[in-house]
Design a protein around this ligand. Structure first.
Ligand code: AMP
Ligand code: MG
Length: 389
């Protein structure tokens, strides 16, 4: 079955097990997917507080203050973060205040230290105090408010926010365990000598990293040779993974045994996606194990991962931008094209070498320009752009 990119994504998502939920301490939450909405246990700020170092006073007392005619206020105390002033600020009075310290009762404005002359018992203000230099109680979020939503990826900033909301532990979806297996008699591990006609296993190292970035637990398996028996043995040894990603062996060649194995012994959900690069990708199952067969060509393998596998595993849609084309982009009549491209000055440019074996393009090109089936783009047209990690 020859499917569209969005169909391929949905078919893979449908084969994944239901996600289990677990509570983890914040320290272990980075990159995970939040399993339930998180509500604030406290307000932030917890009280109206000063945004500056200076004095707190009544704005009305200071309206005439200028460099030529400063206004003098009497100092009656101090409010600092963690130790509030407990009295009340009356007319003609001021309290020394520091960033994050609660605004004392009676005061409604702040004058920064740079605008003050301090004589120990009083201060002279060279300009009026400002009610804008306070942070209002709950101005960031209020106790009871839902701030982080189920399904969000826990970036470091969101983990920090969860801490500020008062959560020491958060519910996350247990990471999917994804095994990665390269196939091919010519595939050699880096560090080994490279014989004639051989190639270093690069795919597995891209895929494992992309899986970890996607919040999955990646298991790197040894590369399997091109023989039906060896491949069957390798599949049988994949214990306990939720999904297996293979690379290579899914094209039309005589030695493309991953495809043969799924056709003969397993199930095939689809073979071939209407896309370039990456057309020969396939999805199936082998003895209850979902198997996604990525093409062997390094560019195809990583692009298919990025546009199909990753969104299916994470449930997060691809991030796309609309940008102006700085070069023309051709289209294909029966496939969606994902051309490698570079971003400069708010425009997007064809990377040039679009061969699916050009590994350098994956390092140099930071984006993919998506040209739908039958479409094309001229210089100046707006195009959909997918950012690559
Ligand atoms: P295949 O899809 O098995 O026909 O492989 C297509 C091309 O990708 C061939 O040139 C392979 O040598 C290359 N290739 C396959 N697997 C890998 C891998 N793990 N790392 C780098 N290149 C690979
Ligand atoms: Mg091969």
């Amino acid at each position: 079955m020859f499917v569209r990119v969005d169909e391929a994504r949905a078919l893979l998502a449908a084969l994944l097990p239901e996600r289990q939920v677990q509570m983890v301490p914040l320290r272990s939450a980075y990159g995970r997917s939040l399993a339930a909405d998180l509500t604030a246990k406290v307000s932030h700020p917890s009280a109206t507080e000063s945004a500056l170092d200076g004095i707190a006073c009544r704005e009305a007392d200071t309206l005439t203050a200028s460099p030529d005619a400063p206004v003098r206020l009497r100092l009656v105390g101090e409010s600092r973060a963690g130790a509030a002033f407990t009295g009340e600020v009356g007319a003609g009075e001021a309290v020394r205040i520091y960033t994050g310290a609660p605004l004392p009762v009676g005061a409604d404005a702040i004058c920064p230290v740079e605008q003050l002359q301090d004589d120990g018992e009083g201060v002279r203000l060279r300009r009026p105090a400002s009610p804008g230099d306070v942070r209002h109680e709950g101005g960031d979020f209020r106790a009871g408010e839902t701030v982080l939503m189920a399904g969000m990826r826990l970036t470091p900033a969101r983990v920090a926010l969860a801490a500020a909301l008062g959560h020491a532990e958060v519910p996350i979806f247990k990471p999917l365990k994804v095994a990665v297996m390269s196939t091919g008699d010519e595939v050699v591990e880096p560090g080994q000598p490279l014989g004639a006609g051989q190639v270093y296993n690069s795919n597995a190292y891209g895929l494992v990293g992309m899986l970890e970035e996607a919040g999955c637990e990646a298991v790197l398996l040894p590369a399997a040779p091109d023989s039906p028996e060896a491949l069957e043995q390798a599949l049988a040894s994949v214990g306990g993974a939720d999904v297996l990603l293979t690379s290579g062996g899914v094209s039309m060649g005589k030695y493309d045994f991953v495809r043969d194995l799924l056709v003969q012994q397993g199930k095939v959900s689809f073979w071939k996606v209407r896309m370039r690069p990456g057309g020969p990708a396939m999805l199936g199952g082998w003895k209850g194990l979902p198997v996604f067969g990525l093409p062997g060509n390094p560019v195809s393998s990583l692009v298919v991962f990025h546009v199909i596998v990753r969104p299916a595993l994470t449930g997060q849609p691809l991030t796309t931008l609309r940008l102006r084309a700085g070069t023309p982009f051709r289209g294909l009549s029966d496939k969606t094209a994902f051309w490698r491209a570079s971003l400069r000055g708010g425009e997007v440019f064809d990377y040039g070498k679009q061969g699916s074996g050009v590994l350098r393009s994956l390092s140099d090109a930071e984006a993919l320009v998506v040209i739908p089936e039958g479409g094309s783009a001229q210089v100046g047209d707006e195009v959909d752009v997918v950012l690559m990690g």
